[in-house]
Write a protein that binds this ligand. Structure first.
Ligand code: BGC
Ligand code: IFM
Length: 809
């Protein structure tokens, strides 16, 4: 069943009912100011950091679902309604939500009154602009009252939910005409305030939540709205809000528009006060002056849509497959921007106060983002590198605002260091900018080194941390956070976060071995690029020895083992009772090239198909763990079929698809791509439940009662890896150190396709022809009419446009 449709022309997803299976959200903001907004106007805003600088309150885990947002109430006689349906849930005569690139539009109507809302974060301001237009579609004059409503968060979202004895006394506001300023804690620890304003004189306002809702009232039916009269309340402590009342009389057919601005302002210490207790509003006035007219809003909105058009134009495909076109050209790239900005911090499933930026997560997010804005990728790589310790290990997370490692979580995840090589190498392949390798970056525990030195320590960390079988030690966990093989002494409930006193560091990961082969080789190439041939050679010796170990101690007979536990017992082996085969090493070892010439790679992928495949995607492992195993950790704490215990983890499905492409099986690579691709799932939204325009972290596996149900949409490494998969391996346009490589791997009946790709300042117009319906192989490459050997388009400095024709054969 569908709850909407794609409008590819406008790059929008159009939701036609507010009652979607779950809130279907969008992200507003590209850089510093962000708003999460659902299809019923739920959500919240923050500046840079969802934990420390939260502007508005949101209630996770509350009822009714998706509670709190930036709401507008319309009072029309005795009826009260919201253009986005929530929170009054008054049934509307018409409803539509259009989520676009960095903006959302809502249209609701009731009794021939219509409200149209357009909301977005302008490119270069720290605010969210909302234009609301009311239209009288009836034949008689309508007297309406419009009420706005936001509830302020007292900045630190974590403290805001806990420290009531203090927080109920700190709230402070200032009111100036139609602008309500939220200045809680400004007198002490803060240099910033928030504001909510409208570009018209108001007929009243409220800033006390209790006064607006009624002490025992609810956002569904605020007492002020019911009475149709703002109380002009001024909050002192308790829960400050901002609400404006605007009364309007509309003649038949008449429309009126209002512009609301929710903003964030920072003052320097010396410009904090105008008078004791009165904030200096100069910057606020400047900000507001930019959004006073419909023309100004239109201009800012056009700048935003132009910006996105330009960004997305860096990779555009035109193929016979509509779903591929819309995911590649619009939604997959869009999600890559969101994951780059948010890492795993703020979604409807990540509260913004738990995780910050993940080390491995942010490195992987770069893989799908680097072509969009390489300069920001560069900055990010250097930030991430500073969360590395001198011994090459890393913090697992860091806080976006402070960029400091998160000491509560610490380090010890032994895959983390190698992801830094992955991100850096992707950046250099994309840009050719090797200067990044000479940037000096500090180590978190003291000292500094060039970025290349950081990569060397990453590489060496694996070399010097191997276990009894010569495989990399896993530490607390590798990519699979829940495979906690050294935690056999943890107490129930302590899970992976806890190191037990008798923890043995001997558990080994085959997956990290696969990573080492892939990124060890990329490290060697980066060394070579700088003329460090000795380093490159010795790195390759290490890689080659790991390769052999993987095919020996890492091989189970029909697939790659997953690991050895702390007792040196096999994990992910046919000898195991449960958890006999895991997806991760099959994907990563094969995409790294391990076992291809020995025929083992093909066998491993066949085993994946036989044992792990379902109609909704490939499960993480089989058979699911039916009971808790102390020696395996958190992975066995989930019910069978969910999350890491045999769920369909979308993140590693593209690894299998890439691996299939690497060995040339285009039919299968595409089948794997298609199964988890949200655009193909929109017809089964009642089963899939999450947004059909973005990837989710997980889909319930075959063992689950809700097989096919997705969870944790938006913030997942799936976005980046899928973009890598479809853009570089299936459609086959791969940035490489020497130029753009054309190496498609598609189903025989995929048809011809064209791609426009921006690369190192030039535009490539690429045509891929497949007259013989093959799955892989390029037999001829023409660049601007000239035949070129091999399949790499040679990069010519200064050349701005390339016309490339690749014929598969
Ligand atoms: C997993 C969760 C786990 C968490 C620990 C995540 O990566 O998906 O299931 O609880 O790590 O923070
Ligand atoms: O690899 C992790 C990731 O860092 C966070 N989400 C879950 C993945 C698998 O455990």
């Amino acid at each position: 069943m569908k709850y909407g449709f794609f409008d590819d022309q406008r790059c929008e997803y159009v939701i036609t009912t507010p009652e979607t299976p779950l809130p279907w959200i969008n992200y507003l903001g590209c850089k510093d100011f962000f708003t999460l907004i659902s299809n019923t106007c739920g959500g919240y805003s923050f500046y840079k950091d969802a934990k420390l600088l939260r502007l508005t309150r949101y209630r996770y885990n509350n009822v009714p679902y998706d509670n709190n947002g930036q709401y507008f109430y319309i009072k029309d006689g005795s009826s009260i309604w919201n253009p986005g349906w929530q929170p009054s849930q008054t049934r509307l005569d018409s409803y539509e939500c259009r989520h676009g690139l960095g903006y959302s539009r809502f249209t609701g109507s009731l009794n021939q009154a219509k409200a149209e809302v357009l909301t977005f974060v302008p490119l270069n301001d720290t605010c969210q602009v909302t234009s609301l237009t009311l239209t009288n579609e009836s034949g008689e004059t309508k007297n309406l009252s419009l009420f706005s409503y936001v509830e302020w968060c007292l900045w630190n979202a974590d403290d805001d939910m806990k420290n009531f004895q203090r927080n109920l006394s700190t709230g402070e506001l200032e009111i100036e005409g139609s602008t309500i300023y939220h200045k809680t804690e400004y007198r002490e620890r803060r240099n910033h305030y928030a504001l909510y304003s409208v570009n018209t004189p108001v007929d009243g306002f409220d800033t006390s939540r209790d006064a607006f809702l009624g002490t025992y009232g609810s956002p569904a039916a605020p007492v002020v709205v019911k009475e149709g009269k703002a109380s002009n309340s001024e909050a002192h402590g308790w829960s400050p809000i901002a609400s404006h009342q605007i009364n309007v009389s509309l003649a038949p057919g008449e429309s009126r528009s209002y512009i609301f601005v929710l903003g964030y302002v920072e003052n320097e210490e010396e410009e904090k006060w105008e008078a004791p207790g009165i904030i200096n509003k100069t910057k606020a006035h400047q900000l507001l002056s930019r959004y006073q007219s419909d023309e100004a809003v239109e201009k800012a909105f056009t700048e935003l849509t132009d910006y996105w058009q330009e960004l997305l134009s860096g990779y555009q495909v035109s193929s016979d497959c509509e779903e591929v076109n819309r995911m590649v050209n619009i939604w997959n790239q869009y999600q890559c921007m969101v994951t780059f900005n948010m890492s795993r911090s703020a979604s409807y499933y990540e509260s913004g106060i738990g995780r910050g930026m993940g080390f491995r997560d942010s490195c992987q997010d770069l893989l799908g983002f680097v072509h969009l804005i390489p300069e920001r990728a560069r900055e990010r790589i250097l930030d991430i590198a500073s969360a590395q310790f001198g011994d090459g290990s890393t913090y697992h997370q860091y806080q976006p605002l402070t960029k400091k490692g998160n000491a509560d979580i610490g380090g010890g995840f032994n895959d983390d260091p190698l992801w830094l090589i992955a991100g850096t190498s992707a950046y250099i392949k994309e840009t050719g900018d090797t200067s990044i390798l000479s940037e000096v970056v500090t180590f978190d525990d003291g000292g500094e080194g060039t970025l290349f030195e950081h990569l060397t320590r990453s590489f060496e960390f694996t070399v010097t941390h191997k276990g009894p079988h010569g495989l990399p030690l896993i530490g607390r966990a590798d990519w699979n956070d829940c495979l906690n093989l050294n935690c056999f002494s943890a107490q129930p409930g302590e899970s992976f976060q806890t190191f037990g006193p008798s923890e043995g560091p001997v558990a080994e990961s085959v997956f990290i071995g696969g990573m080492f082969v892939k990124y060890g080789e990329e490290y060697a190439q980066l060394a070579e690029l700088q003329g460090l041939t000795d380093i490159a050679e010795s790195a390759r010796r290490e890689v080659s020895s790991m390769y052999d170990t993987l095919l020996d101690a890492g091989w189970d007979g029909d697939w790659f083992l997953r690991a050895y536990d702390a007792y040196s017992q096999k994990v992910g082996s046919s000898e195991c009772e449960e958890g006999q085969i895991f997806i991760e090493p099959q994907g990563f070892c094969v995409l790294a090239g391990v076992g291809i010439k020995e025929g083992k790679a093909q066998r491993a992928l066949d085993s994946v198909k036989e044992r792990l495949d379902t109609k909704y995607g490939i499960m993480l492992l089989q058979p699911a763990f039916s009971r808790y195993h102390l020696e395996l950790g958190e992975i066995t704490s989930y019910p069978p079929g969910y999350k890491e215990n045999a769920g369909i983890f979308c993140h590693n499905n593209p690894w299998i698809s890439i691996a299939e492409a690497v060995i040339g099986r285009g039919e299968r690579a595409f089948e794997v791509y298609r199964k988890t691709c949200p655009a193909f799932l929109q017809d089964i939204s009642e089963i899939h439940r999450t947004e059909p325009y973005c990837y989710s972290q997980m889909i319930a596996g075959r063992d689950a009662a809700t097989h096919g149900e997705a969870k944790n949409s938006w913030l997942t490494g799936t976005a980046a890896w899928t973009f890598v998969n479809i853009s570089q391996y299936i459609l086959g346009i791969q940035p490489s150190l020497t130029g753009l490589c054309i190496d498609p791997c598609v189903p025989g009946d995929f048809g011809d396709f064209t791609i426009t790709r921006r690369f190192r300042g030039a535009v490539y117009h690429i045509e891929v022809k497949n007259p013989n319906h093959l799955e892989k192989g390029v037999s001829s490459l023409l660049v601007d009419g000239e035949k070129v050997d091999g399949n790499v388009v040679p990069f010519v400095e200064g050349k701005k446009e390339y016309h490339v024709t690749a014929v598969m054969g």
